[in-house]
Write a protein that binds this ligand. Structure first.
Ligand code: ACO
Length: 472
């Protein structure tokens, strides 16, 4: 409790109330087949999209879809949201246990140090960010961080962490090809910052070390904040070293200091989105890492996968949908029309949860709490609650379709003054902790991912030269 501001007790109460309701409705037995070490190879029933496939063992987190549980490293999500902070949860996910006070302070200092990305931001400013998809820019930003913080893996040089920023003035592209070269050579590592020099100073570590994880946790947040500012026509805001990760994110995105309650709710939203089993984006990050690529590219792939409307992109779509519905009276007719057209309702359903997503249980009262101060958010919340009743009463129990994390997060972000197109980037900012924790864990016993497809094509076609082919 000591971590948390005294003005936010009301929020803790809301979470504890949601927790009590969830615990009453869900029994307390984990799934034995999915919670014990296995002897490989394992037998499992696999559906399309790898549904049901077991890919690895993990101690990072557990999702029980029929009971609506979410556990990070043994701790219930309700307890973490009620008593913890995003920094503590990131440490927990990465290192496996809750930090001591000293460990937490050192970790926070590291995160603060990693918040500044001068070259990445400078390079990003050269792109037409206001016309680009923010998730595409965020992905590009994570790749630019790779340039800023690692020695580029040119011929025969494996990627390693660099302490110094390497894209300085004299390493910018040469305009005149050097003698004997047919084209200009882009040189990103100046001689005195070579791998050898770095090795002799003893500060190299593999590019998938914890330091890279800290850089990504802090850095992706700084990039997202810079994107928000640039898209509003402003310059990026410098971080404030006194602020928490959540408060800094709001401050750097808007230039305004959040209230204690706003900071706490953003912090809870970050905790809730930090990890969630081997979902599509986590799997994408793990697949890339399993080839022994590197953590910056892995996180970039996670960002790319998260962008889709069936995954992290749904939070934005939920607000579009609530705007389209427009009024509480229009919920029923809108939903009936959607059902007739077999249209999916955004923010509902989940591959794993076939009951209430615990994250939605927490975000719903927080969205209501925040919406009190904002007329538009209050209307969104009312429409959302009415829609929830309609969907749950029609297909809830029948198809296992309930609100997921994205259903109420959009209303929370809207109330916090965050622009619509930054909703999914904020999801990514938070998920970096889970991506890096899972990748780091997997790499300890790495095996390259390689599923197979069932080939249903033919085998006996004769090659026809192009001039003899007929249009079908
Ligand atoms: N609205 C209406 N019906 C739904 C919905 C929904 N949102 N989700 C699932 N259903 C129905 C399906 O139509 C299907 O019905 P049927 O058996 O009559 O054909 C049944 O429930 C099973 O659904 P599937 O699509 O097979 O479930 P799947 O596990 O493949 O998909 C997914 C999960 C992609 C999340 C899906 O529920 C969906 O598209 N939801 C809307 C988008 C969304 O909110 N995504 C965010 C997910 S959370 C996250 O990624 C962070």
């Amino acid at each position: 409790m000591t971590n948390l501001h005294k003005d936010t007790h009301e929020i803790t109460e809301l979470i504890l109330k949601a927790a009590a309701k969830a615990r009453k409705e869900a029994s307390s037995e984990p799934e034995p087949a999915l919670t014990k070490p296995v002897k490989w190879p394992v037998n499992c029933i696999v559906g399309p999209g790898l549904e049901g496939a077991i890919a690895c063992e993990s101690k990072v987190g557990y999702v029980n879809g029929s009971k609506g549980w979410l556990i990070y490293r043994g701790y219930d999500i309700f307890d973490l949201c009620a008593y913890s902070t995003y920094e503590e949860v990131s440490y927990l996910l990465l290192h496996g246990s809750l930090p001591t006070e000293n460990q937490l302070n050192t970790f926070k200092e590291q995160l603060v140090k990693c918040r500044s990305l001068p070259n990445t931001i400078r390079l990003l400013l050269g792109f037409p960010i206001e016309n680009m998809n923010p998730m595409a820019v965020l992905r590009m930003g994570s790749n630019l961080m790779r340039q800023e913080f690692t020695y580029v893996d040119k011929d025969g040089v494996s990627l390693v962490e660099a302490e110094i920023i390497s894209t300085d003035e004299d390493s910018i592209p040469m305009e005149t090809p050097p003698k004997g070269e047919k084209r200009a050579i882009y040189e990103f590592v100046s001689k005195n910052k070579s791998k050898e020099a770095a090795l002799s100073k003893g500060y190299l570590e593999p590019a998938a070390g914890y330091k890279s994880c800290y850089r990504l946790i802090s850095g992706v947040a700084s990039i997202a904040a810079a994107i928000a500012q640039i898209r509003r026509g402003h310059l990026p805001v410098e971080y404030d070293p006194e602020l928490s990760h959540a408060a800094n994110l709001i401050y750097m995105m808007s230039g305004k200091y959040p209230s204690a309650q706003e900071e706490r709710i953003m912090d809870i939203a970050l905790i809730l989105h930090a990890d969630h089993g081997i979902n599509a984006s986590t799997f994408a990050a793990m697949v890339v890492a399993s080839t022994l690529s590197d953590i910056y590219l892995s996180v970039g792939s996670g960002i790319a996968a998260l962008n889709g409307p069936l995954h992290g992109g749904a939070n934005k779509k939920v607000l579009d949908m609530l705007t389209e519905i427009g009024s509480v009276d229009n919920v029923k007719p809108w939903y009936e029309k959607a059902r007739k057209k077999k249209k999916k309702v955004m923010g509902f359903g989940h591959r794993v949860y076939k009951t209430y997503d615990p994250r939605a249980r927490i975000l719903s009262p927080l969205a209501k709490h925040l919406a009190k101060k904002n007329k538009k958010s209050a209307l969104f919340f009312e429409i959302a609650q009415t829609l929830e009743k309609e969907v749950v009463s029609t297909i809830g129990a029948q198809k296992g379709v309930f609100p997921n994390v994205d259903f109420y997060s959009g209303i929370v972000y809207h109330s916090l003054g965050i622009p619509l197109d930054m909703f999914t980037p904020i999801f990514a900012v938070s998920r970096v902790a889970g991506w890096t924790a899972r990748v780091t864990e997997y790499l300890k016993h790495n095996r390259i991912f390689r599923p197979r497809a069932i080939y249903t094509g033919s085998f006996d076609k004769n090659y026809i030269p192009i001039d003899k082919r007929k249009t079908k």
